[in-house]
Design a protein around this ligand. Sequence first.
Ligand code: AMP
Ligand code: TRP
Length: 334
Amino acid sequence: MNKKIFSGVQPTGNLHLGNYLGAIKNFVELHNDHHNNCVFCVVDLHAITVKQDPKELRNNIRETVATFIACGINPNKSIIFNQSAVGAHAEAAWILSCVARMGWLNRMTQFKEKAGKDKEKASIGLYSYPVLMAADILLYDTTHVPVGDDQKQHLELCRDIAKKFNTDFEVENFLQIPEPLIQKEFSRIMSLKDASKKMSKSELSDLSRINLTDNKDQIINKIKKAKTDTLPMPSNISELSTRIEAKNLMCIFSSLTNSSLEKTLEMFSGKNFSEFKDNLSEVLINKIYPISLEIKKLIDDKSYLDKILQEGSEKANLTASKKINKIREIVGFL
Ligand code: AMP
Ligand code: TRP
């Protein structure tokens, strides 16, 4: 079967090492293997589920495109576009929200985390966010969705919605049931300040994450200040369950060097953290700093970025409009 790949990233600023190692690095590998079968979407409709400043949102949309390209996605080999430019996404989301059940959405942990204590004040969009995500995926007959571990539950929901639509309207196999592509290891990168929380764009302390726009000094400083413990470096996997900060840093090192955690343990067993951190900073600088320079260069070329989005949206619209027309027909609209 020909794989069809779709994934999305929210243009909410501060794209970080977790986005890179959990998702974007995988996008790059996939698009090299599956020319013309990958769609990467800047999900601006998802971004406005929490308040956004319009000027910042525009900048963040362009910065996300610049990041995709700086990380190695070639816009001639895959489609890069912004979600709001293809009307079928919002339309399909509405129709699918009449298929999805409240009980299913009530289980979504990301909503509970993002809404916090005062659920009554969360937007309706934040609640129905996973239905829009399902629409994104299903409009393109997607077979595989590369995402970080935190999106697993949303993918399950998407599969349930697709199955229910196919059953309710008696259209077997009409909506393709997608498979998640979640890396077995290193699919959840944690905060540098508190390894019980995932590395996140919205965390107040910038020291908690490596941004893809960080310069060399910022990377060195953040790794120096990253939380560790006072023991020497761990020497076996079983020790890592109680030393989560060490584990996170070693996972980052392993993922960046494409090696196993076992190998990293072997390399640094019994050494002190400062030696390990010097090595980690070096691999981070080698990988992230060139990306950072490229983002900064691309971000100044607004017309180039806008042209990529324009062309990408036109291509995406060709596929999405065909699918939404069939959906309309199936549902019974004239
Ligand atoms: P978002 O920034 O929420 O739109 O996420 C974009 C992609 O990055 C999604 O596939 C997420 O699963 C992934 N991602 C975000 N944060 C992390 C993290 N800390 N570790 C691994 N993957 C992540
Ligand atoms: N919800 C995803 C996130 O926050 C972003 C997203 C939106 C997405 N639509 C998608 C990811 C479709 C994969 C496929 O990370």
